[in-house]
Design a binder for this molecule. Sequence first.
Ligand SMILES: Nc1ncnc2c1ncn2[C@@H]1O[C@H](COP(=O)(O)OP(=O)(O)OP(=O)(O)O)[C@@H](O)[C@H]1O
Ligand SMILES: [Mg+2]
Length: 278
Amino acid sequence: MNRPVNINDVIKSAITLLNNMIKRSTKNFQVCYGTKLPLLKGNRQKLEQIIINLIQNACQALTNKDQAIKVSSYYNEEKDAVVIEVADEGEGMDQEVIAQIMAPFFSTKQPGEGTGLGLAVSEKIVRDHGGEILVSSKKGEGSVFRVVLPTEASKKRVKVLIADDEEAFRDSMREALEACGGFRVETVSNGVEACVKIGQDPPDLLVLDIMMPGMDGVEVCKLIKDRSELSQIKVLIVTGYADSSKVEELRDMGFGHIVVKPFKLSNFLEEIRNLMER
Ligand SMILES: Nc1ncnc2c1ncn2[C@@H]1O[C@H](COP(=O)(O)OP(=O)(O)OP(=O)(O)O)[C@@H](O)[C@H]1O
Ligand SMILES: [Mg+2]
């Protein structure tokens, strides 16, 4: 059931439940509760299940009791989201493992120690709450898991991803959208980053430059077209080359919303309004 939830209360009860395991695993357990966190709407029990799994994983990753675990909560203003962070100084993971950890039944633990469902289930719960799980880790040094849970107000805003290699353009488009209100904007500077972001957290609207180093806008559009689960994403192409063959290719693929640079921000916003109303 979706009720107002105070994340700090949920963290507290998860820690109480895991008290014995934590004591057995480390002499250095820290909790840092964020102040003035907004309430979230969500399922308290399911959110607790995520925190329990993350702390259990952290405990199981430690190789001696001097290694620390730190749990914190804080508000991320840019994302308008509450973040729960579980950091450990344990064994860490290499890239190959990181790539698989969200898959159901993936586990590196001994049979009987882990089913490999913890993170798969957690990710589903986080997605159901409109959020995402971010992971950073280094083999031999430890891991940080961040659960990002957007506020209700944030969930109502249109999620925009701007992919453009020109910083000045990126910033002016972001500022124009943020000044309108109702948009939650993230930016990346090339096609590869755009694809990673789209895979992790698909936007409602993608503002896409064509000419970018590495992977260009056409290739990003091909990826979107190939994957039916991404078909909801609306795409606005921004380009300095209105008559290039790439624009034709994009039109043929069904990506026909194009604004030619340099443009007036009012035209850019008008085009976005048209696109969002479709
Ligand atoms: N904090 C961490 N440090 C190092 N590796 C981790 C950490 N958290 C997760 N992993 C890796 O991710 C894998 C999957 O984690 P997940 O929680 O999904 O399953 P599990 O812990 O193996 O089993 P279960 O959660 O079902 O008991 C783990 O087996 C481990 O290899
Ligand atoms: Mg687990």
